[in-house]
Each structure stands twice: as C-alpha cells, then as structure tokens.
Design a protein around this ligand. Structure first.
Ligand SMILES: Nc1ncnc2c1ncn2[C@@H]1O[C@H](COP(=O)(O)OP(=O)(O)OP(=O)(O)O)[C@@H](O)[C@H]1O
Ligand SMILES: [Mg+2]
Length: 240
C-alpha cells in the first residue's frame, strides 16, 4: 500500500499509480483509494478538474494507451460506478427517466453476493462497455453527476458517500491456447472523516457525516484484520 499523507494531486501521485494500472492489465485485481479528513482534496485527487485531470480520468486514458501498444494480448473494458450512501449501495450508472440528480434511481440498495468461486458481486449493478477513452469519460462524467454532495462549513461540495468506480479488464490472448482473463481495477473516492462541530452539519448532512465516520472506522477494522491475517475479516460491518 502506498500512502500520500499530505500531498494534493500532483504528477508524482500518478507516477505511483501507473505500475498499479500495469498490474491490473496483467490480470491482477487492484484498488486505489483516497482516504482522509473532509476538505483535504480526495475528490480533487481522484477526479481533478478540466485543467488538472485526477487519477480516474488519467487512469482511463492510460488503460486505453497501454492496451493499444500491447501486442501480446487484446483488451476490452467495461465500467460500473456505485456509491455507498448511508449504508446503502446505489448504482450511479442505472438508467433514469431524466438526467437530473434528484430523479429517483431505478437501482438503489443493491445487495452484495458471493459467487460459488468466492468472488464478490454486486447484484444487478449496471456494467457498460467502454470502447475508447471518450466513451469511458462520458460514462464516468454521467455517473459522478449523480453522486451525493452537500455544502458544509469545511467544503462547499463535500462528498456525502463513498464513490467506487470499477473497471473490468478483459484480456484475450492470441493463439489456440488463448484464454480470456478478467481483472478488476477499483478506484475509490471515500467520504471524509469529519468532526460535526467543525463542519456545522445539521439534519440529513449530520446523519450522512455520522454514517461516513462509522463506515470509515469499519474500513479501518477491515484493513487491520487483513494486515494481521485474521481468519475473520468484518467486510459487511461497513454496511451495518
Ligand atoms: N490540489 C488542489 N488544487 C486546487 N484546488 C484543490 C486542490 N485540492 C483540493 N482543492 C479544492 O479544495 C476543495 C476541497 O477538496 P475536495 O472536495 O477534493 O475535498 P475532499 O477531501 O473530497 O472532501 P470531502 O471529504 O468533504 O468530500 C475543493 O473546492 C477542491 O476543488
Ligand atoms: Mg470528496
């Protein structure tokens, strides 16, 4: 695990992410996440701006660049986006009646299932094929528009959920023995830990802040259990 403690998004951050992308293209499941207090630049680091694209748009561009220069295999990609909001899973790419953030979603409160091979699946989560970078950016921009944000004293567009962007990488080898391999790249912009006295959050925004704090502490328990190689890892505690 590589941690960037204080640095906002910079070229040096993406330099650290590039080998992780290579690893995903080589067939490994990998995850990059931004973690920290509210207002410290997590969303800026992952998403960026038009002038300074963040890790996610740059990673999308890099995946297509790497796939175009790799002569040993051919690649196809698909994308899913979801948020963990107040303990529920919401599909950010689910079809809506219109493109308004307040339009009710057709898929919220999705379930997590474990398949017979032990892989984790989010039941019914939308998965869209992305044939090139422009398509990938279109879907990514669409998904992030529906993410929950609110004004607080610390951040005028504070993320009120954890946002997960998943890229499925399908690798097709050439030759008769060729097999299709699937790997996953997860890019996660977590909600920020917050002190309610500092954010001045009230009502729903306060409840959202509490849910974020609670789930971040559950995430810390998961990471501690993985690090200590415990036989029980409390994954589902995050959604309680
Ligand atoms: N490197 C940067 N350059 C310019 N502006 C930045 C930078 N990092 C963060 N900001 C600005 O600071 C503000 C807070 O950043 P951001 O929303 O990314 O914080 P956050 O950690 O995601 O907070 P929260 O946990 O509340 O979602 C935003 O207005 C963002 O545009
Ligand atoms: Mg944020």
């Amino acid at each position: 695990m590589v941690c960037f403690e204080i640095e906002p998004f910079a070229e040096s951050v993406f330099v650290e992410v590039e080998p992780i992308l290579r690893s995903a293209m080589d067939g490994h499941n990998v995850c990059v996440f931004a973690y920290g207090q509210t207002g410290t630049g997590k969303t800026f680091t992952m998403d960026g701006s038009n002038e300074q694209p963040g890790i996610i748009p740059r990673a999308l561009e890099e995946l297509f660049r790497q796939s175009s220069v790799d002569n040993s295999s051919s690649f196809t990609f698909s994308m899913s986006m979801l948020e963990v909001y107040m303990g529920n899973l919401r599909d950010l790419l689910a079809p809506r009646l219109c493109n308004k953030a307040y339009e009710p979603m057709s898929k919220c409160n999705l379930n997590i299932q474990t398949d017979p091979k032990g892989f984790i699946e989010v039941e019914g989560l939308s998965e869209v094929p992305i044939s090139d970078y422009a398509k990938a950016r279109w879907w990514y921009n669409k998904g992030k528009r529906f993410r929950s944000t609110s004004w607080t004293n610390v951040n005028e567009a504070s993320s009120r959920s954890h946002c997960l962007t998943r890229i499925n990488i399908f690798r097709h080898g050439d030759g008769l023995e060729a097999r299709r391999e699937v790997s996953r790249l997860w890019m996660v912009d977590l909600g920020g830990s917050e002190r309610l006295l500092k954010t001045g959050a009230k009502g729903l925004t306060m409840d959202e802040g509490r849910a974020i704090n609670l789930s971040l502490s559950a995430l810390a328990d998961v990471i501690a259990a993985l690090k200590r190689k415990r036989c029980h890892v409390p994954y589902r505690q995050v959604f309680c």
